[in-house]
Design a protein around this ligand. Sequence first.
Ligand code: SAH
Length: 253
Amino acid sequence: MRAVPRHRFVPHVTLADAYDDRAIPLLAHGTATTSSLSQPTMIAQMLELLQVQPGMCVIEIGTGSGYQAALLAELVGPTGTVMTIERDADLAARARRVLESLGYTHVIVRAGDGTRDLPANVRADRMIVAACARDLPAAWWAALESGGRLVLPLDLGPLGERCHAFTYDGRLMRADGPGIPCAFVPLVTASPASSEDDELYFPSGTRTIPARSHGATAKSIVAMPRNAADRSILERADLVVARPETLFAVTLA
Ligand code: SAH
């Protein structure tokens, strides 16, 4: 983090604000912030969870300012690859310019929908999402190498929004622990599901709905594509959150 000049990614704020441990809004539509450079502490926690090694291929969804992409470039080093995707074309162009001017020429910036437009030939060792997801789109399952890690803010209904680190075994993704509470801008998807669309199942039948306010937390989460569901895992879960593409089988703490 000392290696990357954060202020260059947010020229619209003062130097003091750029290095304060706070999020910095980048873009708003009406009263809602749609892009925001995350708080440094949050970014550091997520990058620790990601466990990036030199030479790896990393995909970032949600380029925003490009700051986190620069940190990823430092972590993968000159032999690694960082590919970052941003849905807002102006933000993507701006981030590309700043990254190039700082010499991060091995960062590939794309404008597009990171839930769909991932290049078919890329297999990432690591994926990090900088906006809050409610589902794991098919494109992410396809882009992640077996043995890879996916770190993202995930809104799992009654469990609230938390940052989780999933490991992928080629079939399922598994995250251990409660995750880190967070508040990201929402990931924009082609078919935005509202919370009314949550389908919750309680396979064991021994639990009641853990309301957000009761602070229910996960001990572990197993994610599986809906079209490749593992029945025995679903049946053993305390709670299953069913989203259009992914089933999340949750064991509660
Ligand atoms: N990592 C950024 C912060 C990004 S904020 C940084 O270091 O500055 C989250 C970003 O995700 C926003 O810019 C938003 O436009 C983008 N985003 C939201 N949904 C997206 C999608 N489906 N595909 C790509 N980008 C998306």
